[in-house]
Design a protein around this ligand. Structure first.
Ligand SMILES: [Zn+2]
Length: 61
């Protein structure tokens, strides 16, 4: 199946589409599950996508 839109144009460049990272802290809860931290990408606010670049950003000097 053909890709309709170029992927690079829509995926956030800062996180490469992985908008939320889960970091283990090394400790465990009482029930044995790992204590984790969820960190969202600040560039795309956790969406994984970005708005198309504006002309000012892409303009060559
Ligand atoms: Zn991002």
């Amino acid at each position: 199946m053909a890709q309709l839109a170029p992927a690079r144009a829509r995926i956030c460049r800062a996180c490469d589409g992985f908008a939320t990272a889960v970091i283990t802290t090394g400790t465990r809860h009482c029930d044995g599950t790992r204590a984790t931290l969820h960190v969202t990408c600040p560039a795309c606010q956790g969406t994984g996508h970005r708005a198309p670049a504006r002309r000012q950003e892409t303009a060559r000097v």
